[in-house]
Ligand binder design. Structure first.
Ligand code: TYD
Ligand code: MG
Length: 454
């Protein structure tokens, strides 16, 4: 019999080493190593032992089931692929369990006479009574949602093999363990082995499996970056705890685009889909106040209009303060420097605060024009025309650069009732036809600022 081998694994990133280390050489985490038994079995395969030509392989096996929650189906790339394994990460309390309970309820509702749809909901965190309480709140009651309070992966797979459900939900993968390893549930080895077993179950049985994953302080799915390799799809459920809006975002998708988002609102009766987020974000906007602009941004393939606010006020301390919420802090500093140097707007003695309304985060550079114009508007106490939208990237020499999908952004703005758009000159040059907006193409920051006044 071979000797049982142990390795030391970093609980943050999965790096393994034959001896204990104080600091992980891979991710730099301190005191993150713990001893684990080495995985006893070699990697399993799908049973395709012979090399085959690509042309001989029969494809088109991608059968999909619609969940019935449009925003969710779209994020998955047009429904749930049979046999796929989907990881959903998010901060504690953001609504992951709620989302999946609503999703499984929808799945079971769609059963026909020929097809009985059941779903296995495995909870390692909450008791069936707790889940029942949540279900009551969501007005969900069904004979076909089968709850299983279990954390041993072998038992879960046996139960799923007996039940043959339409989908399996594991809430959460960090509580699941396999008998084969002696390390504690939640350790990297356990998570990886359990997820691998569930993956093989999904592929063999053609049943889709959802894994709920916790997120670390740094915002990555806890422990296993390794998990992200195993699963087919990685979704993040994000939002600001103080706001009701939640965004479901794809980080990886073997069966669809990673450019999709789904927007939800958390209400007293659970998550509601928001099919027209722009309208919602515009509804509470104060009109004719300084420092507020509307930018047309893209979330994947979807245009989204959001309000950006700036507050510029004389600093009362020696060092001016710069704070940004929803946009990159360094980007704001860079744009303030561009304004100083290229447009002669002196903000050296000013505190600058930037905020995106609704708790959204915007990472694309097309928001630059919004940042610049809201700062200028607040600095000059001059409101921007409420029917104007902006977008465009700003370069270090103050030039305004074109961004992708200008037309989609403008169409969305016209739909919501905007009248004027200040956009990069190059974007304006490419437009075809009348979009129902007055288009002003600008080539640099100075020109943009001239045009934002009422
Ligand atoms: P939950 O799904 O338990 O979050 P997670 O599984 O991501 O940890 O949701 C928790 C929060 O959602 C909780 O703070 C209460 C809130 N909530 C509502 O506002 N309305 C509802 O209908 C439900 C079920 C939860
Ligand atoms: Mg939960």
């Amino acid at each position: 019999m071979s000797k049982i081998k142990t390795v030391f694994q970093c609980q943050a990133c999965g790096y393994s080493s034959p001896k204990w280390l104080g600091k992980c050489p891979d991710c730099g985490a301190w005191n993150s190593f713990s001893e684990e038994k080495q995985s006893p079995k070699p990697l399993r395969s799908f049973g395709l032992s012979e090399p085959q030509p690509l042309s001989k392989i029969v494809g088109g096996r991608e059968n999909r089931t619609l969940i019935g929650i449009q925003e969710f189906d779209r994020v998955l790339g047009g429904g749930l692929v049979n046999g796929s394994i989907i990881l959903i990460g998010g901060d504690p309390g953001i609504g992951k369990s709620t989302l999946l309970l609503q999703a499984v309820a929808k799945i079971t509702e769609q059963q026909s006479d020929t097809e009985l749809r059941t779903v296995l909901y495995v909870s390692g965190e909450e008791s069936p009574e707790q889940i029942k309480l949540r279900a009551e709140r969501l007005s969900i009651d069904s004979d076909n949602i089968i709850l299983l309070p279990e954390t041993l992966v072998e038992n879960i797979i046996n139960a799923a093999n007996d039940l043959k459900p339409s989908a399996v939900v594991i809430d959460s993968i960090q509580t699941i363990y396999t008998e084969e390893l002696t390390s504690a549930p939640g350790s990297v080895g356990q998570i990886r082995e359990s997820a691998a077993k569930l993956m093989f179950f999904a592929k063999r049985s053609d049943i889709p499996v959802f894994l709920i994953g916790h997120v670390t302080k740094e915002g990555a799915i806890a422990g296993p970056r390794v998990l992200e390799h195993i699963v087919d799809t990685v979704l993040y459920f994000e939002g600001d705890r103080g706001h009701p809006y939640r965004i479901l975002r794809t980080m990886k998708n073997r069966f669809g685009s990673t450019n999709e988002i789904g927007v939800f609102e958390m209400t007293d009766e659970g998550l509601m889909e928001i099919s027209n987020p722009s309208e919602l974000f515009m509804s509470e906007r104060p009109l004719n106040v300084s420092g507020s602009t509307v930018i047309a941004t893209m979330e994947g393939t979807r245009p989204l209009l959001v309000e950006m606010q700036a507050l510029v006020s004389p600093t009362t301390f020696g060092m001016p303060r710069r704070t940004s919420m929803g946009v990159d802090f360094n980007r704001v500093n860079l744009l303030i420097a561009v304004l100083e140097k290229k447009a002669g707007i002196h903000l050296g003695g000013m505190d600058v605060f930037i905020n995106i309304v609704g708790g959204l985060k915007i990472l694309e550079p097309a928001a630059d024009m919004g940042i610049i114009s809201s700062i200028v508007s607040s600095f000059r106490e001059a409101p921007i025309d409420p029917k104007t939208i902006l977008f465009g990237e700003v370069g270090l020499s103050g030039e305004v650069r074109a961004v992708a999908q200008g037309e989609a952004r403008l169409k969305e703005a016209a739909k919501i009732g905007f009248k004027k758009a200040i956009i990069p000159k190059n974007n304006a040059g490419r437009l075809k036809g009348d979009l129902g907006l007055t288009i002003i193409g600008v080539k640099d920051v100075e020109e943009a600022i001239e045009n934002i006044g009422n």
